[in-house]
Write a protein that binds this ligand. Sequence first.
Ligand code: ZN
Length: 235
Amino acid sequence: MANFKTHIQISAISSGVLSTSLLGANIVNSTEAVLLWIVGTLGGVLPDVDSDNSTTLNILFGIITLLSITAVLSQLGEGVSTLEIWVVIALVYGFTNWFVRPIFESYTVHRGIFHSLLSSVFISALSIVIAYELTYLNAIMSWLMGLFIFIGYITHLVLDEVYSVDFSNVRVKRSFGTACKLYEYKNIKASLLMLLLVGCIFLMAPNTQGVKSTLLSKHTFVKIKESFLPLALKS
Ligand SMILES: [Zn+2]
């Protein structure tokens, strides 16, 4: 099993390569590129939210708490007093750490449903809707956030599988096949519920037409390719 440090390093590299490619092609600005880099890296550790290791959970819930506080604070209008801001922060902190975290600790199994391709789609779809509804980000940036979390998440699952193979004496460990699975075969009910939620969440996702024509157009890929080399080296 790959450890926390390896997951952070690999996802930071992969999302860094992708976000800087978008920056070079002028598809996102520098602030947006940094934001995508951070969420992509976070995506690379998110599957271990089902971990039994308290250090991993402390770090993960620290990040989740910080992001939730940022999202909620961005929803407060003007004229809110400092005391109210502090109360909101305390409430969000309490909710994520004393309500959400215990649920994860008691109901999740390590390498269970959160180590599956279905959950990668679920978490990504959820991030698209949260980014669009709770922050100032537009439809395209919200979809990019989801895409980066998805790529980070998949990187994690693949890495867990790669670490299941003992290369020194080409032997497959018992954990092989438990990370990169389509859904949780041992819990069909939970998988079906997650599939249903994925469908509902995608219905709430913002403006797919504009996103498709911007992100999936041939023009975007040409732009990324063309902006790779400095002008002086092209001719
Ligand atoms: Zn893992």
